[in-house]
Design a protein around this ligand. Structure first.
Ligand SMILES: Nc1ncnc2c1ncn2[C@@H]1O[C@H](COP(=O)(O)OP(=O)(O)OP(=O)(O)O)[C@@H](O)[C@H]1O
Ligand SMILES: [Mg+2]
Length: 339
């Protein structure tokens, strides 16, 4: 994979340099002022005080004893987008599972960035006609609603304030038309999320099935990309086109997410045997995208439809085998964050 497809490490927390900068500026400014107007002893005392401050600063830095507010200010959510340029490939299912499971590890925001609004519906928001949605949060300046005002809690399940939803409905398609002529239109979702990345540990974004400004926004807002792929010819083409799209975005100098891998979905088995269609699709994925990791597959099962409708993850429904690919994705994300 090209270097530019790799994730760029987050910069040092701003307070590190800010305090260092302020302290050393304070040292030199006080020292200079003192030498001009005061006697040698005062100068020396000021200088010693400043040295002491500088020493305290280095000790704090080394021992990581910070004032309580400081670590909070530096927290940045890990953003995962789920995308595949093929309809019905399991994108919304993947977002529901990842977001619900990640919410057990830290405060999580699920962003429904598809005008179909399936994710919002599965989380209980079936009628958003009188509610502001993610569409309002990405509008150009005058009409924009702060993203904090559109965020909701799932209606169908009490998630103890760990899982939140930025909902969507058909109005997002209209918003896409409105932002289309604006400069920087591919990064309007990124801009909307910027103000809340320090409030969440994870943000998981759903995206539409086709190429277009909404999909570009979803991909470019992410640190990591997961590509759910239906085990059919159409699904494989969708995965190939998605990887190609990310490479094209990188070629024109967008900072693109790291592709975590592909989750083959709707893997069909007849008894103990995988169907020829599913087998062929998995083989085609391995051969056409050799540098992209294939996670375990999600089998075709009515249980998936049932858990989706209930707004549950497969894991919390006790479906250990079915939830395996999502456990793998989450473990990989956590390992990347820690590593
Ligand atoms: N493994 C599976 N077994 C059975 N049904 C599944 C499975 N995965 C997804 N589904 C069902 O297939 C349909 C499409 O899945 P999903 O909505 O997650 O795909 P999508 O990629 O988000 O679709 P779209 O492109 O329309 O947004 C849904 O009704 C979902 O419940
Ligand atoms: Mg969907």
């Amino acid at each position: 994979m090209r270097d530019s497809l790799k994730i760029i490490p987050a910069p040092n927390p701003p307070y590190n340099s800010a305090i260092g900068y302020t302290t050393s500026r304070y040292v030199s400014r006080t020292y200079a002022l003192s030498t001009k107007s005061l006697g040698f002893e005062i100068v020396r005392d000021h200088y010693l005080v400043c040295l002491y401050l500088e020493l305290c600063y280095s000790l704090l830095k080394k021992t990581r004893i910070w004032f309580l507010a400081m670590p909070e200010a530096s927290k940045q959510a890990t953003v995962i987008t789920v995308s595949c340029l093929s309809g019905g490939s399991g994108k919304s299912t993947t977002v529901l599972n990842l977001a619900t499971m990640l919410s057990g590890k830290g405060k999580t925001l699920a962003v429904d960035f598809d005008p179909q609004g399936n994710l919002s519906q599965w989380l209980g928001w079936t009628d958003l006609s009188n509610e502001p949605t993610i569409a309002e949060a990405i509008l150009p300046s005058n009409d924009r609603v702060p993203i904090t005002e559109i965020i909701k809690t799932p209606k169908n399940e009490n998630r103890s304030n760990t899982l939140f939803l930025a909902p969507s409905d058909f109005s997002l398609a209209h918003a896409a038309d409105i932002i289309a002529p604006n400069p920087g239109r591919e990064r309007f979702l990124s801009r909307a999320l910027k103000s809340i990345t320090d409030e969440y540990q994870f943000i998981v974004i759903d995206s539409p099935p086709s190429k277009g400004i909404l999909t570009y926004n979803a991909i470019l807002a992410a640190d990591f990309l997961v590509i759910p792929t239906e085990c059919t010819n159409k699904g494989v083409m969708g995965a190939i086109n998605t990887v190609q799209l990310v490479r094209e975005l990188a070629e024109i100098d967008f900072v693109v997410p790291h592709i975590l891998g592909i989750v083959p979905t709707r893997d069909q088995w007849a008894g103990a045997n995988q169907t020829r269609m599913s087998k062929a699709a998995m083989k085609a994925l391995e051969e056409s995208l050799p540098s992209i990791r294939l996670f375990s597959s999600l089998r075709q099962s009515t249980i998936v439809q049932q858990t989706n409708m209930a707004g549950w993850s497969l894991a919390e429904a006790g479906e250990t085998k079915l939830s395996k690919p999502y456990v793998e994705v989450i473990n990989t994300v956590i390992a990347k964050i820690n590593g």
